[in-house]
Write a protein that binds this ligand. Sequence first.
Ligand SMILES: Nc1nc2c(ncn2[C@@H]2O[C@H](COP(=O)(O)OP(=O)(O)OP(=O)(O)O)[C@@H](O)[C@H]2O)c(=O)[nH]1
Ligand SMILES: [Mg+2]
Length: 659
Amino acid sequence: MVGSLDDDYPTTPVLLISAHPQGDDDDSGDTHFRVEEDAIELLAQYASSQPLPVIAITGVYRTGKSFIMNQLSGIDRGGFPVGATIEPCTSGIWMQFARNPETGGMCLLLDTEGLSSYTKSASYDAKLFALATLLSSFLIYNASGPIDDDALSSLAAATAVARAVRVNSTEPETSVQTAVGAGSGSEVSFDERRRQRRLAMYFPRFLWLARDFSLELEAGGERLTTNEYLERALAPIQGDSDRTRSRNVIRTAITGAFKERSCLTMRRPAHDEEDLQAISEALSAAGAGLAGLNLRPEFISDVEQMKAFVWSHLSPKQVNGSGVTGPMLSTLAEAYCDALNAGAAPAIGSAWDEVCENECNRALSQAIQAYDDDLDALLRKDSQAPLDSTNTPLISEASLAGLRERAFFVFQSNPLTSSSAPAAKVCSDKLEQHITKRAAEALHIAQSRNESRAEAMVDRLVSKVTSLLDSDSEDFSLDHIVENTKKVVDQLVNSVKAADPSLYTLVMMQLALRADHIWARPLRVHANRVISELEEEAEVRVAEVRADAEKDHSRAYATITGLNEDIASSDAQLETLRNERDKLQDKLAVAESRISSLEADVQKLSSDNPDVARKDEQIAQLQQDLAEARNALTQARREKLEIEEAAQSSQRKKRFFCC
Ligand SMILES: Nc1nc2c(ncn2[C@@H]2O[C@H](COP(=O)(O)OP(=O)(O)OP(=O)(O)O)[C@@H](O)[C@H]2O)c(=O)[nH]1
Ligand SMILES: [Mg+2]
């Protein structure tokens, strides 16, 4: 690994708290601590979801603290700077993300500026120690050599400010100067001890890391564990002298502050000073990688043991039972820095109130964001849904209640929102107000969209009803139309009724408004269609009648023509007969005149001539001729009468047909 961004988080150390001297003399307590923006951003960006285990290292300067942190980070290059000279290397408090190889979880390493540097005051050291203590869940106190009175005094002095920290803001405030001044020299009162016990709950697990340790851990012929060695060193010393009391106060201060404590020893990396110098330079450049360096195997083994111990005893930073995430840690750091900058010992209670307020506000923003995202997505989906769909509406009292529940779930997933901090209630109320306002807006949008939906549904119904009329169905009866219309109306009403009561009301209103289109218009269309069918039928009937009449007419015409021809031929025959009659009449007249003349002649002859007899015969003959002529005439007259009757009959028929 190198000190750059890996898959999950950046691995380059970043300055978390910078220290800025305000005057020439650090003892004035004027050092100004500032939490750096870059660090705040990184903590927010990469460590906001989970409580963060925080390992801090503190101790006398130039004792290999940064080296230890690099071993924990596992970064070969680009880790915390390790200095090979006697100049203090680390300044302020640096941070670096690392991964616990045992759990895979992310943790934070805090490398602090060395204590007891010739450039800094006791007050500055105590403040720095207090910050490292209050911000970490695992504190490594790095000290070179055995745990003796000097080492314990240094630690006790460093813990002065940390021990002056107030759990509640109601506790009397102690200034940094007073805390440092009091040091560990005075005996601790009963109340103070009780306060210290409470405070210890906020303190981290403590590891005394004894470097360059070369002593055999034995006492009274028995081997001691490193922890037993520490406990022996911290155990009260028998005696009643002032010095003994003072030494015991130091021990009580340490044991009172750190309830969970352990000790590990590490041997020197090399045997002699020359080698050590060379190795020191190599270590300064090596980062976490120790391979290839001429190190004592014991040292390497101690490093591994230290790492294994730290990783297996690591737990997230907690305050008041809540895990501290990256953003919460930066809020705490800011609150503690503010208190130290103001010359006061930090108050965990008020720092925690700030954390709660920040966290509640953050949870509020996340919950509002979640609610707005959900609601906007729902509104978008609703606006894209087909208007005439009878599906259950996306925006309803029920669906909005679901969104509200989710928003509150997001809000409450931050445990600090259910704390007793006033910010929790304020933010919860703000979330409720926001949800109420947005839900009302959404319902208003849904209402107007429902109106459009109801309109679209009834539009569709109208066209369905119309298409029923246009269908090829044989059954166009009024009952059929009414029945089908009723069916589609019932279908719509039932589906909407089941889906959404408010949509149902709107659909019913639309049905009432469009009643003419749904009921009257189809009937009108039906009536028109029936009328046009009747008209078509009538037209066909008229055409048939007309065709029949035309046929009759041509038949009659043919008959009349025939009769006319008959009449004409009858007329011609009549004419002929008339001519013949006239001729016969002429003949008859000639015959009668001849008869008369003959009769006259007969008369005369009879009288004059004897031959009358003969003449009589002739007369008889003539009379016979006359009788025949008369018969012929009678016959002719009869025929004429018949022809005239026939002609008259034809005339009558013609007149009848012509009418
Ligand atoms: N004697 C000794 N030197 C070590 C050990 N570990 C590291 N060093 C060397 O000690 C020197 C200082 O190391 P750092 O890690 O910079 O020490 P530090 O405590 O962080 O120093 P400051 O930040 O200045 O307080 C370097 O040259 C390291 O190589 C060790 O166990 N024993
Ligand atoms: Mg350092």
